[in-house]
Design a protein around this ligand. Sequence first.
Ligand SMILES: NC(=O)c1ccc[n+]([C@@H]2O[C@H](COP(=O)([O-])OP(=O)(O)OC[C@H]3O[C@@H](n4cnc5c(N)ncnc54)[C@H](O)[C@@H]3O)[C@@H](O)[C@H]2O)c1
Ligand SMILES: O=P(O)(O)OC[C@@H](O)[C@@H](O)[C@H](O)[C@H](O)CO
Length: 384
Amino acid sequence: MKAVHFGAGNIGRGFIGLLLYQSGFETCFVDVNKEIVDLLNEKRQYTVQLANEAQEQFSVENVYGINSVENPEQVAEAIAHSDLVTAAVGPTILPMIAGAIANGLKKRLTQTKKELTIIACENMIGGSALLKEKIYEQLTDDERGQFDQYYSFPNAAVDRIVPNQINEDKLMVTVEPFYEWIVDQSEIKGVNPPIHGITFVEDLQPYIERKLFTVNTGHAVVAYLGYSAGIPYIAESLQNKEIREMTACILQETSKYLITKYSFDRKAHMDYVEKIIQRFANPYISDETTRVGRSPIRKLNKNDRLIRPATQYVEMFHETPNCLAKGIAAALSYDYLNDPEAKEIQEKIQQKGVENAIETFTGLKADTDLFTAVCNNYYELVSK
Ligand SMILES: NC(=O)c1ccc[n+]([C@@H]2O[C@H](COP(=O)([O-])OP(=O)(O)OC[C@H]3O[C@@H](n4cnc5c(N)ncnc54)[C@H](O)[C@@H]3O)[C@@H](O)[C@H]2O)c1
Ligand SMILES: O=P(O)(O)OC[C@@H](O)[C@@H](O)[C@H](O)[C@H](O)CO
């Protein structure tokens, strides 16, 4: 079996590539990073190491790379002969890989009429659906009809903390032991991809919201508050009492929303939250606050980990989630200027004021209690 995976980065190599190999796939990594692609082609294998006391190592073999800038034709050819296409490039990059996937899928139709599953493994609601939308924008009506018949784009939730790597061996990836990959099987045409480690579900919504609004909401807040306190790493940030308590409070708010919306068992959900805080505190991982806080405009989007649980909370309980409001304010105050999105937010705040920035980046309306709470928390944070 052959898989084409876009994005040979942390999660691509450290999670998706590992499970694909363990499930018997040959994996073609498509990336724009020449160094990584060349190394994959030279070594044809790499090592994944677990971030725990035993530091267990796994060898991932049967891999190669294609540089999509230099060799777009090879990418199309690989997709035409593949049994699975996956991606982990980041939500904002999905539109940029859509053309290459569209070309490959068109070529595939000239050679076989077998079904194919395409899965975007990004931290967002509806990642594969967005990829499909961007691919379909490039097709004729006739091609859309054929794609509808053979290709499916099930959404997914992917969970494994993979920090930025600082290994001498540039292909090696250190990952946390925990992992979860959940795929919406109701969308799949033909048989489910035979990957050990995927959990197939009929309705992904509870799983993706639980993951995004617990792991990623909590993670983002630790990152922004940690950064603002001058702490470079996530685990170290959690040792700060104020940050730990604020994170717990925010996760109480998202839990209240999730438990009410999806009727999760309270005890099981609170155990899930506790386990996640322990994962953040993993002493064998050095995860930078600037990695976890990266792309704050994306994270402040109305459908992402901060605003969506806050607005859903207001809608459901008719009260303001004050801790989430502080987390949102912390994201707005994130002034790591090497991050282009943080820079853009800070420039907007300087030029037009924080009220304008809140409206622009979060979509919150100025006459709401949540907007006022975010604004007040922002002024409090920056005056410290
Ligand atoms: N790292 C994690 O802990 C983690 C966990 C779960 C989900 N995710 C999600 O996985 C995605 C990737 O995250 P990551 O941490 O692996 O990031 P990363 O930066 O390590 O990897 C992204 C890779 O995509 C490549 N890329 C960029 N543009 C490309 C293009 N046009 N074509 C092909 N490849 C391209 C980059 O060169 C890089 O190798 C994100 O959506 C992230 O939210 C990450
Ligand atoms: O990848 P992002 O930028 O959406 O979020 C940063 C981290 O929270 C994220 O990568 C987590 O490590 C991951 O989602 C854990 O499963």
